[in-house]
Design a protein around this ligand. Structure first.
Ligand SMILES: [Zn+2]
Length: 396
């Protein structure tokens, strides 16, 4: 946790008030102490390390609240298959599970660290990481540990999620496997998981399975979230509302009634537009439906090998705007404050005094260029807890 003064931010977005021009951010012990016009910078800071943004824009660091960042192997055949018309491959997850079980701890850690470094370089400062490619007690606990260790190694703030209920592994009987997921909840918590998630859909787990698992998770002190209405409408978003889950994620097939229930229960709707694109669902209208129902929105990458191999929050924001129709401020807010809400954190996703000193200094002097300039490197430097983690010379 560092001290830093970020100076000459051309346009500073804090979400704590109007945008500031030629702004500065004072970070003390990793926490925002002051923001304001650079010319009004408090005195007595001359011995602080400085990062001169040279007129670039800055926003709060991205909070990527839905990733499956720890895996081994490749799913390139799924991508190629979808493009030759074979559709979603439900056996794909099993292929990743096999490769991930085979991999050593060190290989998994190295692969995850590369992905998390790419996330960080794209402006992500907080990340949620799910297990779900182990599907045995030991393998799931190992993935949770790898995720936590990999994030710590690259300086990201991480929360980990137990996703034993990702698919029923090959060779296991459905009901017996659901029982074992519930029995393993204390092990997952001991391995550091703060959250429990269930993939509730055709070919995965039923509403009844999800209800049992998530209620048991709550009893173990884990927060709850759910993969909902991705491939079909199963009632998972309503279940999230009934159980007051922190988030329901995907939601490609959500209905207006589901959205109203989510809004009333305070369930955050996590949009994962990269997955919608990657699976060629051609479904984008759920974003506006959720927004219009008053659901708090988050945008996440869903980084995973089969349906969203993408570490970039700027890319997710681009799709949230250009495909889903959110405004740029709606998408940026969803990718920062919304992600924090999905993780029930108040210390990240904004730059109010007292928040973590996490920000993305953009490559451009205007935040609109995150969306306007496709395929470019949107971020010049990612500051985490007052420490600049990268400073590239890339210009838009
Ligand atoms: Zn997912």
């Amino acid at each position: 946790m560092s001290d830093l003064v970020v100076r000459h931010v051309g346009r500073l977005t804090t979400w704590a008030g109007p945008r500031l021009s030629d702004a500065a951010v004072v970070i003390s012990g990793g926490v925002v102490e002051w923001t304001g016009a650079d010319r009004d910078l408090p005195t007595g800071l001359s011995d602080r390390p400085e990062l001169d943004a040279e007129g670039r824009a800055a926003i709060p660091g991205f909070v990527d609240c839905h990733t499956h960042a720890v895996w081994a192997g490749s799913r390139r055949d799924d991508v190629a298959g979808r493009l030759s018309g074979t559709g979603y491959n439900p056996a794909g997850i099993a292929a990743t599970v096999a490769a991930t079980r085979e991999a050593s701890y060190d290989d998994l850690l190295a692969a995850a660290a590369l992905r998390l470094t790419a996330m960080r370089d794209g402006g992500t400062t907080t990340v949620e990481i799910k297990s779900g490619y182990g599907l045995t007690s030991m393998d799931e606990a190992r993935l949770l540990t790898v995720g936590r260790d990999a994030a710590a190694g690259v300086g990201l703030t991480a929360m980990t999620t137990y996703l034993g209920a990702h698919v029923v592994p090959q060779g296991r009987e459905h009901a017996e496997y659901v029982d074992s997921v519930i029995a393993d909840l204390p092990l997952a918590a001991a391995a550091g998981a703060q959250w429990c998630d269930v993939f509730c859909d055709d070919g995965a787990f039923t509403i009844d399975d999800a209800r049992r698992i998530l209620i048991a998770a709550g009893e173990q002190g884990l927060g709850t979230r759910i993969h909902a209405e991705q491939l079909t409408n199963t009632g998972a978003a309503r279940l999230a509302a009934d159980l007051r889950c922190a988030s329901a994620d995907h939601l490609d097939h959500v209905t207006a009634a589901d959205a109203a229930a989510m809004a009333a229960a305070g369930v955050v709707g996590v949009l994962v537009p990269v997955a919608s694109l990657y699976t060629r669902s051609q479904r984008w209208s759920h974003a506006a439906l959720l927004r219009d129902a008053g659901v708090t929105l988050a945008v996440a990458t869903d980084c995973n090998p089969g349906t969203a191999w993408c570490e970039s929050m700027p890319y997710a924001v681009q799709l949230a705007c250009l495909a889903m129709g959110l405004s740029i401020d709606e998408a940026l807010r969803a990718a920062t404050l919304g992600g924090a809400a999905a993780l029930r954190r108040t210390d990240v996703g904004h730059l109010s005094v007292g928040a973590r000193g996490d920000l993305a200094v953009l490559a451009s002097d205007h935040e609109v260029d995150v969306v306007a300039h496709l395929g470019a490197n949107a971020v010049w430097s990612t500051v985490i807890g007052g420490q600049p983690r990268r400073a590239s010379a890339v210009q838009p």
